[in-house]
Ligand binder design. Sequence first.
Ligand code: DMJ
Length: 631
Amino acid sequence: MLMRKVPGFVPASPWGLRLPQKFLFLLFLSGLITLCFGALFLLPKSSRLKRLFLAPRTPQPGLEVMAEAASHPLAHEQESPPNPAPAAPAPGEDDPSSQATTRRRKGWLRRTHPTGPREEATAARSSGVAALRPQEESIPFSFDFSAFRSRLRHPVLGTRGDESKEPQNVVRTQREKVKEMMQFAWQSYRRYAMGKNELRPLTKDGYEGSMFGGLSGATVIDSLDTLYLMELKEEFQEAKAWVEESFHLNVSGEASLFEVNIRYIGGLLSAFYLTGEEVFRIKVIKLGEKLLPAFNTPTGIPKGVVNFKSGSNRSWGWAMAGSSSILAEFGSLHLEFLHLTELSGNPVFAEKVKNIRKVLKKIDKPFGLYPNFLSPVSGNWMQHHVSVGGLGDSFYEYLIKSWLMSAKTDMEAKDMYYEALEAIETHLLNVSPGGLTYIAEWRGGILDHKMGHLACFSGGMIALGAEDAKEEKRAHYRELAAQITKTCHESYARSDTKLGPEAFWFNSGREAVATQLSESYYILRPEVVESYMYLWRQTHDPIYREWGWEVVMALEKNCRTEAGFSGIHDVYSSIPNHDNKQQTFFLAETLKYLYLLFSEDDVLSLEDWVFNTEAHPLPVNHLDSSSRAGG
Ligand code: DMJ
């Protein structure tokens, strides 16, 4: 403002302003400042200006920082918080400007790095993120995918050494046959049920079920990595496009924490690690956040069911009248939740599963065994039923796989696994009069002399864990794995269809057979071929490929229908009676394990990958880059 000098006028200030004018000027100035500051809040989260002027919140460390935090003496004293849903990372959380922050986060900075808005937008466009709706776009970290791939010991799909040597070889033909089965299963699903959770091949329609809280496309998500592995490129693109365009997370039903975790979270994690496509990373983190309210319990042991709309949780009505969480369910989250933290930079996921481990370590175990029912309120066992089959199975699997996935650094998981296995061997293991080794079920000291189909995964698990057992036990575990797998094969061989029943018994002179119709069904389950695959990789004994091929033939004969594969009601009837369901795990697991059985060992090498309990490969956390760059 320009003031003209008037003679005789005594200026009110050195700038020649009178008091009212000065007041007005200051008023104008302060208004301007308030306006500018207020405008900062309207800038996008990633804006540099915003990061500069607005203080960052607490940084979000990754896995390594979690380890530091967990080893802090005070960390163990703290009561579990009431498990609030995680807040979205605040602006500035990816700002490494503070020295202290940089030091604390050096671990995850190895794998993630902040990006500016332009890079984010470009990456989003090139990887399909542009198709995400606004609320699904806000992951402020990026993952250093090429650094991750450079740490792998083997090309993801192997070097295909055998193919060039012998183009006509039998194994290649067998592998191609399994690929054709996958193609048929996928195309049938796509034709009659695309976007639904499962295909019903007899009625030629789709089925949603009630386990997934309103989420759709379980077959799509469960199939992604198998399609990729088998190089069914067109089919993989169809599946990916569906995820980009039609896989919506704004659902509001009740979901099984376990099923959503092993199928959807596992499937999306694998799809990301195999392809580096951002759409999978973003969706999996958002879906992971929706599962967190399940952990809002006094002990932090999650309940089995989470309500996506209200964020409430409950236990299954059948689990001790709604009072218990199930060992296999809350014990099969560890692998996926560590990877959710790895890919998001958000420690909350890892914290949840580390707390489960802490509760389980502390609690008394009858004879060293882990019963299947635990109260998420008191943290006490609710019934002394122990099983390596249904209700218990994948808890044991996740202990040994946590050890392997941590690149053999998670000593706690290793110790818990071998101690549990010793207790199982002492109290549950039996040999039938006919010489078949089996793992019975234990009810407060009394044995049920039966094995479920689900328990047949244990041959593979024990083989996988044999290498890291005490030296004097290694050969013993290898033999035990082979014997259990042989018993499971017997349950197939003794049926008319050459497929195994849901449960088989060892009493009244009958061995490895179901004793009633209600246990005689086969629903395309994978556990037996899963063990064949691990035993093959460990021993290269051709018997496992022979047995695997018997399964392929039996599936073709009894389960293939005009419009996909179906389970059957009675494995002892030579006239198949189909159940009208193509289970998602048939595409995720059964066909994948069969394909791997007829592949070279460096295809999804066990040095680089562990399979979650739905057969989704998750990478080992190699700490160095001394290996070849992954292909
Ligand atoms: C799959 O969903 C998983 O393997 C789970 O651990 C057990 N049941 C089915 C397959 O039988």
